[in-house]
Write a protein that binds this ligand. Sequence first.
Ligand code: SF4
Length: 440
Amino acid sequence: MALSGIQIYKLLPQTNCKECGFPTCLAFSMKLAAKQVELSACPYVSEASKKQLAESSAPPVRLITLKANGAEIKAGNEVCMFRHEKTFYNKPGLFIRVKASDPDLAAKVTKADAYKVNYVGMDFTVDGFAVEADGDLTAAVKAIRAVSKRPLILISTDAAALDSALGLLAGEQTLIYAADSSNYEALADTAKKHKAALVVKGDSLDALADLTPKVQAKGVEDMVLDLGGKNLGEWLTRSTQARRLALKSNFKPLGYPTIFFAAQNGVEKEAVYAAQAISKYAGFVILDTFAPEMIYPLLVLRENIYTDPQKPIQVTPGIYEINSPKPESPVLITTNFSITYFSVANEVEGSGLPAWLVVTDAEGMSVLTAWAAGKFDAERIAKAVKGFDVASKVSKKRIVLPGHVAVLSGELEEELSDWEIRVGPREAVDLPAFMKQALN
Ligand code: SF4
């Protein structure tokens, strides 16, 4: 049974030393009760109290880490049902399913492994490979390891084949798929021997809740749930119920991340199935299709869902050079909200026109939002222009303000009296035409 904030408080040192980052032990205990902090943030909890607090401090959804020599992916450790309540922490891993019997296995893995796409300054890739043992699993793992260092999921119920393949992956953290009521003892032994995580599979949540304690009793703590379900609706219901039980009722038998096979009802709807799984709590999503046009929107969706809604994605304020600007090139002004920055930078870059882009610190807000919040005004812009010593880079002191904040031009002229202030277009897409027509 989870402890209340007051019950937790009674087990803390009550010295209010603030080392945990909270002003009092009571404030820390309230956060701990809400699963929003880790007990380890307080260095002074006694061993006896730690024991009593273990259940309260354990995350309601266990953290599972898959790792290889080149990468790792974490799932679980989530604390809320809805992203706006706080944030979702660990993005579901996107794994590409490959077959051990495939003669083109190495080539397919090489291609997917090399996939990299940049989205607002972040590099996106696939996270790993799920290897189906419809042939020699050990040979397949050997072939994959020759071309990829990403984490693996091994799909087999043959304990001997798994044992042999896992022998090649010493030092890695791999996931085995999957144990059910008929084979869990042998697979749990294999998982324990190789310190691998184990997927537990059941026809219903009741069946899963019955099986996970048995696997745990065999010495395997790291589990992932395959919720089953015949269709999208059934899976969504189970996924939501499992999450709710884990979070709201601290129901440990279902307190594990989940795995979802997006092509379970055919590849035609794979992207839709994967999108739902990403949106509603999957820890690992397995794709049969590797196609950049499908992977990219899924990666963007994942990024948007797992971005902290209270912290906008930002770029570092500074002066950015676009298309090798010269001293006579124009100086454009924008804010440090990533999407705003990349909208402006991409339009100018695509036009081939050189420019200096001054990114001001607007606390990660877009132009209009920052202006309305008082975070993007003449004073801040002038401070950025002076602070980044823009004057030393240009021969023509000419600044282009975003059209949405034309109202700032008068004040900016006062702040930067030796600069010419021009009002640019409202939309980034119109910048190239403006630069060609109005800045010559
Ligand atoms: S670090 Fe521990 S003792 Fe200090 S204020 Fe936080 S909870 Fe209290």
